[in-house]
Design a protein around this ligand. Structure first.
Ligand code: NAD
Ligand code: IPM
Ligand code: MN
Length: 357
């Protein structure tokens, strides 16, 4: 009997529901075929629950996750009826901060040169992993308003950066580079303008790189980093940056690989628990049409299975997604005519065939 792996499944809102339904079905089939010991527990956390009850998730949800789960498989949040995203702060940022998921890992790898919008660039050029600090910076909700609603109103958000927080993500990026045979870590900040937090990132990066003499350490201001990711993506290998810059660079990364519908991510507290989610949001512009690309959700499931140490299952998913792309079994965002369900059925069958050998 395989070790039990308990996963909270949180589809969320919009296309989150559509793609996680497909990812869940894939996990169920893989579990059946490979005896992975997965126990999937469905959670209705999202906009509907928030609007009905005033809370997006139960009061004890974080304690329950911490004590009883190995991972969370998450879709996306975002609903026009909650324009300030209050439920997103409660549920998604609540889990990232409450479970101290400090490493947001976002791989950016072209799977097919035809999908890369850059001229003459392909899988060898666009292949990087972004390590986004996930519990600090402007996301901490330290701030406030003054004279709100008057012509003199003021709004302040503080960017918080701790030595502990910066050091653990920078060290994690170098550790990852070393373990996976990558050659370079690029730290990206705005220390030429943002003095105090930038200064801390600079000092910590210079200290930590000394412990990794075999890995090249590089620095780019984030405005230049954005340009260089488009102009010369091959110069990036591992990227480490703060929360907000990581958010922005990872959507740029998604564009480089062809679609947000291919971009996967993990929010991880190493050794403890991980929350795995596509990089994309609830995409209200296409929700309910059955055309959302489920591949980001599949590749996210692969990241989760890797975290849960069932590598062969992760590999099978990646191989099946790659095959579907090569056979042009893709949704409109990738130039195809597939639907969420047709692409999903294709990947699921291919995956099971791979596993069956
Ligand atoms: P989005 O990522 O939802 O969509 C951006 C664009 O990419 C849209 O045109 C959308 O159709 C397209 N897209 C995204 N995922 C796709 C997929 N799987 N297949 C095909 N096309 C896809 O970003 P947005 O429109 O800025 O945000 C919508 C809502 O989602 C907002 O409420 C936002 O706050 C929220 N959001 C949530 C998360 C999350 O929960 N992790 C992430 C990003 C945005
Ligand atoms: C992401 C999203 C979130 C973020 C939002 C929904 C809070 O854009 O996961 O990339 O900014 O982290
Ligand atoms: Mn984002």
């Amino acid at each position: 009997m395989a070790e039990r792996r308990r996963i909270a499944v949180v589809p969320g809102d919009g296309i989150g529901k559509e793609v996680i339904a497909e990812g869940r079905a894939l996990l169920v089939e893989l579990d059946r075929a490979m005896s992975l010991g997965l126990e999937l527990v469905d959670k209705d956390w999202g906009a509907d629950r928030y609007l009905e009850t005033g809370r997006g998730m139960p009061e004890d949800a974080l304690d329950d996750l911490r004590d009883n789960y190995d991972a969370v498989y998450f879709g996306a949040l975002g609903d026009d009826r909650i324009p300030d995203m209050a439920h997103g702060r409660e549920i998604l940022l609540g889990m990232r901060f409450g479970l101290d998921l400090w490493a947001n890992v976002r791989p950016v790898k072209v799977l097919d040169p035809a999908l890369c919008p850059l001229k003459d660039k392909g899988p060898d050029d666009v292949d990087m992993v972004i390590f986004r600090e996930n519990t600090e910076d402007l996301y901490v909700a330290v701030g406030g308003t003054f004279k709100e609603g008057t012509p003199d109103e003021v709004a302040v958000d503080q960017s918080v950066n701790s030595r502990k927080g910066v050091e653990r993500i920078v060290r994690h990026a170098f550790d990852y580079a070393q373990k996976t045979g990558r050659k370079k870590v690029t730290m990206s900040d705005k220390s030429n303008a943002v003095r105090y937090g930038g200064g801390l990132w600079q000092r910590v990066f210079q200290e930590v790189q000394k412990d990794f003499p075999d890995i090249a350490a590089d620095h780019l201001f984030v405005d230049v980093a954005a340009m260089e990711m488009v102009r010369a993506p091959e110069r990036f290998d591992v990227v480490v940056c703060n929360n907000l810059f990581g958010d922005i660079l990872s959507d740029l990364g998604a564009a480089l690989i062809g679609s947000l519908g291919l971009a996967a991510s993990g929010n991880i507290h190493p050794g403890r628990i991980g929350l795995f989610e596509p990089v994309h949001g609830s995409a209200p512009d296409i929700a309910g049409q059955g055309v959302a690309n489920p591949m980001a959700a599949f590749l996210t499931a692969a990241m989760m299975l890797e975290f849960l140490e069932v590598q062969p299952a992760a590999d099978a998913i990646r191989q099946a997604v790659q095959g579907a792309i090569e056979q042009r079994q893709v949704t409109p965002d990738l130039g195809g005519q597939g639907t969420t369900q047709s692409v999903s059925a294709h990947v699921r069958e291919a995956c099971l065939a791979i596993v069956a050998g």
